[in-house]
Ligand binder design. Structure first.
Ligand code: CA
Length: 219
């Protein structure tokens, strides 16, 4: 199992990333301060680091500089507020592999993590997911139903992926919103219901069951 280090001091954001990554099959550890992030990153226990810029103790750029200075080539994805994007370009020159502006959607972060992991080593076990006659290739974002290609938008794919990874379990609207739409979602939004409707049209109406008062389940 691949391990991701999450260097982020805002519990709301680190919790959101951690929950999503665990549900996508990664092991995770959170470091809420720069010095701890650096120490853990140097331990060789992690395959990739998600690194926030504004960290207490030592900022993300300093963590990165020390890490690269020590010879580590661990993939690093920087998280940064949009207003700091200018600085972030300097971060990329300082050895980051990629960056993501806050607020971000979880599926954007996951796609970037997978891209980096794919370059770094072969994580074949993460590539294909299937449930009955439905197959999702998480690298190419291709969905197939009984071998036939089904066109899904990136959000539909992310939602389908969430269902397949949690097949048989009831997923509440709030869980779907937070995992597929992001941490800044409006809890009253019906967008998850709308997208479940799209998936039913494309994948078959009986595949996703409505569990009254609880949510949806892939059957
Ligand atoms: Ca921060």
């Amino acid at each position: 199992m691949a391990s991701i280090l999450i260097a982020e001091d805002e519990a709301r954001i680190s919790g959101f990333i951690e929950k999503g990554l665990r549900s996508a099959g990664f092991a995770t550890r959170v470091a809420a301060a720069g010095p701890l992030a650096l120490e853990l990153a140097q331990s060789d226990e992690f395959d990739l680091m998600v690194l926030d810029v504004n960290l207490p103790g030592m900022d993300g750029f300093a963590v990165l500089e020390h890490l690269r200075g020590g010879g580590s080539r661990m993939p690093v994805i920087i998280l940064t507020a949009r207003v700091e994007l200018h600085d972030t370009v300097a971060g990329l020159e300082g050895g980051a592999d990629d960056y993501l502006g806050k607020p971000f959607r979880f599926d954007e972060l996951l796609a970037r993590i997978r891209l980096r992991m794919r370059r770094d080593d072969d994580t074949g076990s993460l590539a294909a997911l299937s449930h009955r006659d439905l197959t999702l290739d998480v690298r190419t974002r291709e969905a197939r139903l009984d071998g036939r290609r089904v066109e899904l938008s990136s959000r539909e794919f992310a939602l389908a992926e969430e269902f397949v990874r949690n097949a048989g379990q009831v997923l509440s609207r709030e869980q779907l919103l937070s995992r597929v739409w992001g941490y800044d979602f409006d809890p009253g939004s019906n967008v998850a219901d709308v997208y479940v409707g799209y998936l039913r049209q494309k994948l078959g109406s009986d595949r996703i069951e409505t569990v009254r008062g609880a949510g949806y389940r892939l059957v």
